[in-house]
Ligand binder design. Structure first.
Ligand code: UDP
Length: 385
């Protein structure tokens, strides 16, 4: 069957676009997916213990964007879940983001009360303060607190996660985890939080269920696309419709101006013959081990089994030639990479029939809700194109 739209990649961005073009405009959509499964890095499956595990690391859905929540809710029901993280610091497991509970866990009562008073006086109860802002404090006790938090919770984790010094990582990355001036132990404070009741994969299948959508697996779209002048050819011919590309933008140009850097991860799964491994879904280990964190999946979506499955995350450099390291999870925000991305992006904007969408093509640290919002916006921009 002929197609009106081609989408490269069956992840969140690609499938939201496929769903919109097929259901709103009755377009015939071809989705080309390199892997043998749907859902990109959100893919999950039930393991031998019947536990729903996230193959590419824990994905926790949270948003304050009502439109995004309502949109996805058409394709899944939600298991009410608010993510909790503990951090292993000074041989204790304490709540992260650092909040007033963490303060009282790590300081003696008198000192904690004094610091709490200073913090609330300055910022007010419930404030979410950036650790980088707190470090600029001149009040001696607050300054000392900021250095304590920065050194114990951020410095070593960030070095492990990004493979560089904490100073070399963009502020916006570190500021994703604030210092919270309340007793709220939740990792996110968004209005809507949950896990698809039957998993992300089921939600993706629902997104792609229209007969107007064809998903082809095991297809490397780069072998089918070719740049020629200000057009992209598909299978050597001019494709009359739009092509939405969710892959790595540098790969589309065969890395002609250099490679963008990404950070990769190795996930090591372990099954344990006991009902529970740790008290919350995720425990971070900033200062010990080569892995950054351990996630226990039963604590995200309950499962009726006396066994449990965990995953450890080992950060690593991305290497497109190494099968163990060739999944790009995070863009690396350095000045050099931002400039290189802008160069590729300018080149792409001169090509009339291809649109970059999503974390890899737009080189952005999108959370899942950002990816959905961005894909919905892209649909609105191009629906009449
Ligand atoms: N971070 C940290 N210590 C932690 C958790 C996070 O230093 O215990 C820093 C680190 O630089 C990390 C960033 O905050 O890359 C963002 O953390 P987040 O949990 O949002 O990362 P993600 O879940 O996207 O990997």
């Amino acid at each position: 069957m002929p197609f009106d739209i081609i989408i490269v990649g069956a992840g969140l961005s690609g499938l939201v676009l496929a769903e919109r073009f097929s259901s709103v405009l009755q377009k015939r959509v071809l989705v080309l997916e390199k892997r043998d499964h749907i859902g990109g890095n959100c893919f999950d499956y039930r393991d031998g213990n019947g536990i729903l595990v996230h193959k590419y690391g824990p994905h926790l859905f949270h948003t304050s964007n009502q439109a995004v929540w309502e949109y996805l809710s058409k394709f899944t029901k939600w298991h009410q879940y608010e993510h909790k993280v503990l951090s292993s610091v000074d041989d204790k497991l304490v709540p992260l983001p650092f909040n007033l509970n963490t303060l009282y866990d790590l300081y003696d009562l008198r000192e904690a009360e004094e610091i709490e008073g200073l913090l609330l006086n300055k910022y007010g109860y419930g404030a979410r303060v950036s650790i980088l802002q707190l470090r600029r404090e001149s009040q001696p006790l607050l300054k000392e607190l900021a250095e304590f938090i920065f050194n114990k919770f951020f410095v070593n984790y960030t070095t492990k996660q990004w493979g560089c010094r904490v100073e070399d990582i963009s502020d916006e990355v570190i500021e994703r985890v604030p210092v919270v001036l309340s007793r709220d132990d939740r990792y996110f404070d968004d209005i809507y939080q949950g896990i698809p009741t039957n998993g992300y994969t089921a939600m993706f299948k629902a997104l792609a269920s229209s007969p107007l959508i064809t998903v082809k697996y095991g297809v490397d779209a780069l072998t089918r696309l070719r740049l020629q002048g200000n057009k992209v050819l598909f299978d050597g011919r001019k494709f009359p419709g739009l092509i939405f590309f969710t892959g790595q933008i540098d790969s589309l140009f065969d890395y002609s101006d250099g490679e963008l850097e990404y950070r990769s991860l190795q996930f090591v799964f372990e099954e344990h013959n006991k009902p529970s491994f740790q008290p919350v879904a995720t425990v971070n280990y900033p200062n010990d081990y080569d892995f950054t964190r351990i996630t226990e999946f039963k604590n995200i979506l309950p499962a009726a089994t006396s066994r449990t499955t965990i995953v450890k995350e080992f950060p690593q450099d991305y290497d497109r030639f190494d099968d163990m390291k060739n999944i790009p999870y995070y863009p690396v925000f350095t000045h050099k990479n931002k400039e290189l991305f802008e160069l590729y992006n300018r080149k792409l904007s001169n090509i009339s029939n291809i649109v970059p969408v999503g974390r890899l093509a737009q080189y952005r640290y999108f959370d899942m809700d950002d990816a959905v919002a961005n894909a919905l916006l892209t649909f609105d921009q191009f629906r009449s194109a």
